[in-house]
Each structure stands twice: as C-alpha cells, then as structure tokens.
Design a protein around this ligand. Structure first.
Ligand SMILES: C[S@@+](CC[C@H](N)C(=O)[O-])C[C@H]1O[C@@H](n2cnc3c(N)ncnc32)[C@H](O)[C@@H]1O
Length: 308
C-alpha cells in the first residue's frame, strides 16, 4: 500500500469514527429530550440511552392498556359497545334524527354528514318540548391558526344554530378557546373555555347553572382535555341527561374503558362506533338527581380518599 493510500485509509476511518460518534450523541440527545417531556414514563434504572428511549415509548403506549385491564377486572358496570344507529330505535327517534340531520347539514356542521352523530342527538332530543338546555364545547372556528379548526370556509356556531332551530324552548350554550368567534344571539350564549385548563371553566359554570340535558364535547379531540370535560360535565347533567364526547381516536379506547369503570354504577357509558374511524363516548346520568349524592360522597372523604 502506498503512503498516499495509507493516508486516505486512515482519513476514511477517522471520518467513520466521527460520524458514529455524532450518531450516538444524537441518540443520547433524543433519549434525554423524551425523558424530559415524559418524566412519569422513564425507567428509573441505569442503562443504555437508546434502550431507555424504547422502554419509555413502550411505557407511554402500554400504560393505558394495563389500566384498562385492571379496570376490566373490577368494573362494576362495563361500558356498552354499540353503533350510533342503535340509538334511533323507534320511528319517532328516526324522524327526529332525520330532521336534525337536515338542520345540521343546512347550517354547515359536519356532525351528521361526516359522522352520523344525529342518530344519538336525534334520539336523545326527540322530545323537543322537554329539552331545557344544550351545551357544546367547540363552536367551529374558521381561524386556521387554532387546532381543531373547520377550515377557512367553516361556519362558527353552525351546530348551535341547528340545535336552536330544532329545540323550540331550549337555551343553547357554546364555549370555545377562540375568543374571536364568540357571539350572543337569541337563545344562544357563548363563553370562553380552554379544555386544557380546568380553571378556565368558571364562565361556563356560571352560564349553565341548573344543569343541562345534553353536553357535547366537540372541541379539542384528545384524551386529557376530554377527561377534563367529563369531570366538569358529570355534576351538571340533568337527571337522565347525556354527555357526548365526539371524535375519539380508536387508539384511545383503553382510556375510556378505564374512565367508564370509575364512574358510579348508576351512570351508563357507551363506546359508540360512528361513520368514519372515530368513536363517540356517551354517558347517561341516572334518572334520579345524583349531584347531592356525589357531593355527600365528596364531603365524606378526606384528601387521601379515606372515609371520614
Ligand atoms: C370541530 S370544531 C367544532 C365544530 C362545531 N361544533 C360544529 O359542529 O359545527 C372544534 C372547535 O374546538 C375549538 N377548540 C380547540 N381547542 C380547544 C380548547 N383547548 N378548548 C376549547 N375549545 C377548543 C376550536 O376553536 C374549534 O372551534
């Protein structure tokens, strides 16, 4: 081998060592960044950065499944699995759903057109004269800088106006993170809420004193914000009232099976398949008023969860 060839070979080896070192540094950095963002899921164990990265991802993905398994083992009332069309089980409910669909389509909401949600809403609201209040988080912003927007041609308030027209006496309350689209109209009031901030629900709380017959979450479609809504809405459903969480990712099903098993057994939970890939989670409050009972239970438990 000539001196020139030998020099070239050594330079090549040096470059390969440098790039292997850079790749290793990148892997360690990636593992550190993940650990910093998901501290609850990092193995508290010594080991190679890349292996710990994989184990952290495994833990993030599998924790909801193991919680679901635990919940299934002890659930007092497992959720009912059904299709959204199962709710329209009488001619009167079918007719109500069809009428609501034409209003939702006409006002520009995708609830019926894209998802078939009108089957549940038509059934639940079929006795239109008896419905006092409907609440919906998510007005349908057309500002494209907001996550969960409806596109530039979206019509904010579309579903609220459809519900107002469908329900002759009901008050319709909407809430959204996008203050630019809030509005007040005859029988429609809207307020600010940010589902990622439980403390931001005060205005909504004040606007729906006395409870509601139907509470819809069509805002930010992700588990933690949806669970915040569940916690808020449970105490505010009229006897026999409904909470519907729209557009739930099928991958989040274990989280909802777990949540369902934690509810008092008088609450019925449905995991509902709909048109498209999304699931809907529907919860019906018991026909008797549970709020005083829930408050008594809360008053009788200290901050550690022990009875007092
Ligand atoms: C899919 S659109 C609602 C469509 C409307 N309900 C309809 O049927 O016409 C979702 C809405 O959720 C709102 N949103 C996004 N993140 C939110 C959050 N963190 N809290 C409250 N609303 C949020 C968006 O501003 C948007 O208006």
């Amino acid at each position: 081998m000539s001196r020139l060839e030998d020099m070239m070979r050594r330079q090549l080896e040096q470059a390969e060592r440098a790039s292997a070192g850079a790749r290793e540094a990148q892997r360690v950095e990636r593992a550190r960044a993940l650990a910093a963002r998901f501290p609850a899921f990092v193995p508290r164990s010594a080991g190679h950065a890349e292996t710990k990265f994989d184990l952290t991802v495994h833990s993030i993905n599998e924790t909801p499944n193991r919680l679901r398994d635990l919940a299934r083992r002890f659930a007092r009332r497992p959720p009912v699995e059904c299709d959204v069309t199962d709710f329209t089980d009488t001619p009167a409910k079918v007719a109500a759903a069809e009428r609501l669909k034409s209003l939702l389509d006409g006002f520009g909401s995708d609830k019926a057109r894209a998802h078939n949600y009108h089957h549940l809403y038509g059934a639940v609201l079929a006795e239109t004269d008896r419905i006092g209040r409907v609440v919906e988080i998510g007005l349908g912003t057309n500002n494209m800088d907001v996550v969960s927007h409806m596109g530039a041609s979206g019509r904010p308030g579309a579903s609220l106006r459809a519900f107002r027209k469908f329900l002759p006496h009901a008050e319709i309350v909407g809430a959204d993170i996008d203050r630019r689209i809030l509005f007040q109209e005859d029988r429609i009031a809207t307020v600010f809420v940010d589902q990622t901030e439980p403390a931001s629900f005060d205005a909504l709380d004040a606007a729906i004193k006395g409870g509601c017959d139907l509470f819809i979450d069509d805002g930010l479609h992700a588990p933690a914000p949806n669970l915040t809504v569940l916690l808020f809405a449970l105490d505010r459903l009229a006897p026999g009232g409904w909470l519907a969480i729209e557009d739930v990712a099928p991958e989040a099903r274990p989280i909802w099976e777990t949540a369902a098993s934690l509810l008092p057994p008088d609450y019925a939970t449905y995991i509902v398949t709909t048109a498209g890939r999304a699931l809907m989670i529907a919860v019906q409050a018991p026909a008797i008023d549970m709020v005083p009972l829930l408050n008594t239970m809360r008053d009788n438990v200290n901050s550690d969860g022990a009875c007092i």
